[in-house]
Design a protein around this ligand. Structure first.
Ligand code: BGC
Length: 744
């Protein structure tokens, strides 16, 4: 047998035997978990269900809580969060090894969009619609975090956000369940790599289960009241996708759902997640959410809260101390069946075994690896790549961009132009060398502009302040320049947890600064940095070019320079609808028709509209320009009827009709014209990214099958109903390029 044959035989053997090896390993772990469980006292079991935050900041000890250390030593703690760095995790793990059964601790951390290298905020990355790039970013984050002793990230956040007032839209993938599900799976795969248990991977945690993003009025932690049909149709899909992608854990949420706090919601945690979806990982509560059920008015005290939470399937208590304080008594009082405790502990221990921590509790404590990942230039390159792909070109009148390098004088203005930490946004780590590592927008553009271009700078105003004292200087340098780059937006702490805003206009006097600078008559390129869709109508109507840059991460300045000078042709598309004003919120593209849909934006005659505002958004979902232009052919359907076993192919040709090579995200939407429950006016069911050289045409094929046409009916059954469908193709959700077909 030659080596080619041998390889072939080996590959076949591996493929054939792999499932058996996986099963054998599972059986071994089950066996080992049971043997540990048999040795445990009730108190030790409850200890595994208990999680505390650490007592170190990233840079050193802040307080010494002897009690917590003692609890580690006596096996009353299963996991800690906010402990990072090999040195710190090792010290605590050594303490855990002094406990009777030597059960290792799990170290969790919010590695939301990077650890040492900060990546674009998740909403920004979602604008890339580039699943590979998104997975890659999570991969790097996991590599860096695991090298710092972290086992488990509290990410991805997969909550659908239809309300930009909610500050946590920055952490998710936007408003669409289809795109959101694909991104959820990509992030899980990225974090978990070839499988958690490998030293370059972390366990992922899909959060916040469930419907946290639907908080009433966009106010963080607020109530959610919606039909179970809607919950399944829109909000639960990305969690399900995360489970299907093998996510290790889920975190539940602070909100109540239809009157029951998610933490005590058996329908979602036991019936759906652990029942129908067969999720075999564990559920951690959100920070204090078990104890907070007292504030909700759902639990009388911690004793009752612990009972309700464990009954509903919350396995680990983050920081409320209700489990450690009450579960033993609840078992003794006959209020909680020991089987529930055993099930929770079994789930937690299984993950510790799968992580390899029982075999080597110090597996993730490798100083060499930590050092190597601390300054890994390759990670910065990946960051820059994802960052440039996340930028969305909203406007480009007279082809102002890419910037003509014949323009010899640039005035760079605005409170974000030289900002440092604002570039990395909320949920980011403050490292001592941030001021050297983070590439500011000024630095990135200055470096790329080169010696032949002069650059001047004026801040103009603060991010959120009423003073216009800096306007005169800004206007003055604008007058002397050939072109102005104006960097404005939110501060890093204006979107994120507990950062809901009722007013999502540009903060402070920034839009007035835009007006003052535009009044000079100079061409103005505006960079908008934010963690959510903002309202900026004057700027949108008057500035010649606008790039929405979110918060782009460590390499922000370089990525922006890549786009401004045309080294990268922008390809981002909005993952969420941009409203004209707060009064339109919630606003999303996949809404229902109503019985009185307006015919046009100005139709107000007893139709479902505002008398003072069009229904259409400022920028629709899926929107984003390129330096080039794309022309779509009429879509061609392989047939116009299908039955449930059929597939229909849709072919569309896209031509690059402009002057630059570029990438287009071609989107496919359907509308189910008549349903047993009303159906959205459009619904994304596919997209493809295509790179086209100047003048080039490519034909793309999409395939629609029965699963693409399914929805949850009134009784929450997933079905497809015979009838007529419209299928739309285009570069954003406002496309009217459509054909019809019938499901028989
Ligand atoms: C947040 C979670 C986070 C946890 C731990 C909570 O306040 O809602 O998303 O993972 O804190 O930091």
């Amino acid at each position: 047998m030659n080596s080619k044959h041998l390889n072939f035989v080996l590959t076949v053997c591996i493929l054939f035997l792999a499932p058996f090896a996986g099963k054998a390993q599972k059986a071994t772990i089950e066996h080992r978990v049971d043997s540990v469980l048999n040795l445990m006292t009730l108190e030790e079991k409850i200890g595994q269900m208990n999680q505390y935050s650490g007592f170190w900041e990233a840079t050193g000890p802040i307080t010494e809580e002897g009690n917590k250390l003692e609890q580690v030593r006596t096996g009353q703690l299963g996991s800690m969060l906010n402990i990072n760095g090999v040195d710190h995790t090792r010290k605590l793990q050594e303490l855990a090894m002094q406990s009777r059964l030597k059960i290792p601790l799990l170290f969790g951390q919010d590695v939301v969009h990077g650890y040492r290298t900060m990546f674009p905020i998740p909403l920004g990355e979602a604008a890339s619609w580039d699943l590979e790039a998104i997975e890659h970013s999570a991969r790097i984050a996991a590599t860096e975090a695991s090298a710092a002793g972290i086992h488990w990230t509290f990410a991805p956040m997969v909550d659908i956000g239809r309300d930009p007032r909610w500050g946590r839209v920055m952490e998710g993938a936007g408003e669409d369940p289809y795109l959101g599900s694909l991104i959820a799976a990509a992030r899980v795969k990225g974090f978990q790599g070839k499988g958690y248990g490998n030293t370059d991977a972390v366990m992922a945690c899909a959060k916040h289960f469930a419907a946290y993003g639907a908080a009433e009025a966009g106010r963080d932690y607020n109530s959610v009241d919606m039909s179970y049909r809607m919950l399944n149709e829109i909000y639960l899909k990305p969690y399900k996708a995360a489970v299907e992608a093998g996510v290790a854990t889920l975190m539940n949420s602070f909100n109540d759902i239809n009157g029951i706090p998610a933490t005590a919601n058996s329908y979602i945690q036991r019936d759906l997640l652990k029942g129908q979806w067969k999720f075999d990982g564990f559920v951690v509560s959100d920070w204090g959410s078990i104890g907070e059920m007292i504030n909700h008015g759902y639990s009388k005290d911690c004793y009752q809260a612990a009972q309700q939470a464990i009954t509903a399937g919350s396995d680990m208590d983050m920081e409320s101390r209700c489990y450690i304080g009450n579960l033993a008594q609840l078992v003794k009082d006959g209020k909680v069946d020991i089987k529930l405790i055993d099930d929770a502990v079994r789930r937690i221990l299984t993950k510790k075994f799968e992580m390899g921590l029982f075999d080597d509790p110090f597996k993730y404590c490798n100083e060499e690896r930590e050092k190597q990942q601390w300054n890994n230039p390759a990670n910065l390159e990946v960051e820059r790549d994802v960052a440039k792909k996340s930028i969305v070109l909203l406007k480009n009148d007279n082809q102002l961009l890419p910037l003509d390098t014949k323009k010899k004088a640039i005035a760079m203005i605005g409170p974000l132009a030289k900002a440092v930490r604002e570039n990395i946004g909320f949920w980011s780590y403050a490292w001592p060398d941030d001021s050297i590592r983070i590439v500011t927008q000024w630095q990135g553009i200055r470096t790329r502009a080169g010696k032949n271009i002069t650059m001047t700078y004026a801040k103009g105003c603060e991010i959120n302040d009423s003073s216009k004292a800096g306007f005169a200087e800004a206007v003055n340098i604008a007058r002397q320049a050939d072109v102005v780059i104006l960097s404005i937006g939110e501060a890093a702490n204006m979107s994120g947890e507990a950062k809901s805003r009722s007013n999502i206009h540009l903060p402070g006097v920034q839009e007035e600064l835009v007006k003052a600078v535009c009044a000079t008559g100079k061409p103005v390129i505006v960079l908008i940095n934010a963690g959510r869709p903002l309202v900026f109508n004057w700027t949108a109507d008057h500035a010649q070019a606008i790039l929405y840059t979110w918060w782009l991460g460590t390499e922000a300045g370089n990525a922006i320079a890549d786009v401004i000078f045309g080294d990268y042709n922008p390809s981002g598309k909005l993952p969420c609808t941009f409203p004209r004003t707060e009064g339109q919120i919630p606003i999303y593209y996949n809404h229902f028709s109503t019985g009185r849909p307006p015919k046009t934006d100005s139709d107000v005659n007893y139709v479902s509209s505002y008398i003072d505002l069009p229904n259409s958004p400022k920028f629709p979902f899926g929107y984003g320009l390129s330096y080039t232009t794309f022309k779509y052919s009429e879509p061609l359907l392989s047939k116009t009827t299908m039955n449930s076993n059929d597939k229909i192919e849709i072919k569309v040709s896209v031509t690059n009709t402009g002057n630059y090579d570029g990438k287009e995200t071609v989107q496919l939407y359907i509308r189910d014209l008549v349903g047993s429950v009303v159906r959205p006016v459009k619904q994304l069911i596919g997209f493809q990214q295509v790179f086209l050289k100047k003048g080039e045409t490519k034909e793309l094929t999409f395939t629609i099958g029965i699963d693409d046409l399914k929805f949850y009916d009134y009784n929450v059954n997933l079905i497809a109903e015979p009838g007529d469908f419209e299928v739309f193709v285009g570069g954003n959700s406002a496309t009217e390029l459509k054909k019809t077909f019938t499901l028989l």
